[in-house]
Design a protein around this ligand. Structure first.
Ligand code: FMN
Ligand code: SF4
Ligand code: SF4
Length: 357
């Protein structure tokens, strides 16, 4: 009993830094802070959206820090990774990481998402800064990746959330009492997660930029600017009375889901055009020209960087051209009608409203 009493005094203060595109990570962070409040702990829930300077609030006593974010491309969103990189080091301060993933429900079957290096990479950075990792929780919330599938129906969403809520309760109970929490299959999943590191790396280099460039605004847009105001990375600029997406976009899916007119679409036609046009361009010829100026020992990395630069330029040029062309009504209608998102259900975590961001 005395041991339990000692554990229950373990932390006086719980501070969670979160990034959340569509409210899953925010909902899960709230579950933890509510549990901590019920146990009489002081809590802080801090959004890292557009944060300029990291101010760590003064702790009332012994502090537990949490970082909560979605999984993107088998990794951690760039905005959160940058934040963790910049986070001031604290010797022996306790932290936990919680990454929300793409959980799904097919019939009665619950399928988990895949973390890849979404936990491993930030955990290593935090360890390097002197923190003690006390818990790692991957959480299979309803998938918000509506560029590739429709938003789930309300019954599936409710069932997935109910399971996650129970899991978070167990996690909070354990971690707030000072005990460590690591999922039992952590060692089984480790090789799978590590094998996905190259894919996560390619997502960082290509995927996230490509996804940023396939958003379009349909003619239904009335320039209310809500998407611009709510974007966590200030990646939307209003040009010619329509949103334009910059490369800094994290593809977090917030804008497409908050738009009151459902005017934002992921253009699947554009997603096909970009690689097709790229495959016709004489990239090999361009590389050969560049290669004649590069020493042979540096050829491979130089080719990789040049190829990357050419791809990004192509994403930019082709999507820029389409942005300009969709001012013409029938072209806009063509791109909208061939966007699967026009017909798909949207996703926002239940209870989360645009004002929460
Ligand atoms: C661009 C993008 C990439 C994603 N990549 C993954 C992934 O690699 N693994 C996974 O399990 N879920 C993935 N997801 C799903 C989200 O991580 C998941 O739905 C998360 O709960 C969303 O949280 P949020 O609402 O707080 O942003 C991805 C979602 C998006 C939009
Ligand atoms: S939120 Fe929708 S309607 Fe408003 S500016 Fe953005 S795209 Fe247009
Ligand atoms: S532009 Fe949209 S998808 Fe991209 S970061 Fe902003 S809100 Fe998220």
């Amino acid at each position: 009993m005395r041991v339990l009493a000692m554990f229950s005094l373990m932390y006086d203060d719980v501070t969670i830094y979160y990034f959340s595109g569509t409210g899953n990570a925010l909902t899960a962070s709230r579950w933890i802070t509510e549990s901590a409040k019920k146990k009489g702990r002081q809590t802080n829930l801090i959004s890292i959206d557009r944060i300029k300077k990291i101010a760590v609030p003064a702790a009332a006593g012994k502090r537990l820090l949490g970082f909560c974010y979605p999984t993107h491309g088998f990794g951690i969103p760039w905005i959160m990774l940058k934040f963790i990189f910049k986070f001031p080091g604290r010797e022996r301060c306790d932290v936990f990481l919680m990454n929300t993933r793409a959980g799904s429900k097919i019939g009665k079957l619950f399928l988990p998402g895949v973390s890849g290096i979404a936990q491993l990479l930030p955990a290593l950075i935090l360890l390097g800064k002197g923190f003690r990792i006390r818990g790692l929780l991957p959480l299979d919330m309803p998938s918000n990746w509506i560029s590739i599938h429709p938003g789930y129906n309300p019954a599936a969403v409710a069932a997935l959330l109910a399971r996650c809520c129970v899991r978070v309760d167990g996690f909070s109970e354990r971690i707030l009492s000072g005990r460590a929490y690591f999922r039992p299959n952590v060692l089984v999943m480790l090789p799978v997660d590590m094998a996905l590191a190259p894919v996560a790396f390619m997502y960082f280099l290509y995927g996230r930029f490509f996804l940023a460039k396939v958003f379009i605004a349909a003619t239904d847009c009335d320039t209310c600017r809500l998407c611009e105001q709510k974007c966590p990375t200030a990646s939307i600029r209003i040009v010619d009375n329509r949103p334009f997406w910059k490369f800094t976009c994290e593809s977090c899916m917030r804008c497409i889901n908050v738009c009151p007119r459902r005017a934002i679409q992921v253009s699947h036609l554009l997603a096909v055009i970009i690689p097709v046009v790229s495959s016709f361009l004489p990239i090999a010829l361009l590389l050969a020209i560049f290669n004649s100026y590069i020493p042979s020992s540096l050829m491979k990395p130089a080719d990789f960087i040049i190829d990357w630069g050419i791809s990004l330029t192509l994403f930019f040029v082709i999507s820029g051209l389409v942005f300009w062309l969709i001012r013409i009504k029938w072209i806009n209608q063509l791109f909208s009608a061939t966007s699967l998102t026009k017909y798909w259900r949207r996703y926002m975590a239940p209870g989360i409203k645009p004002k929460d961001f």
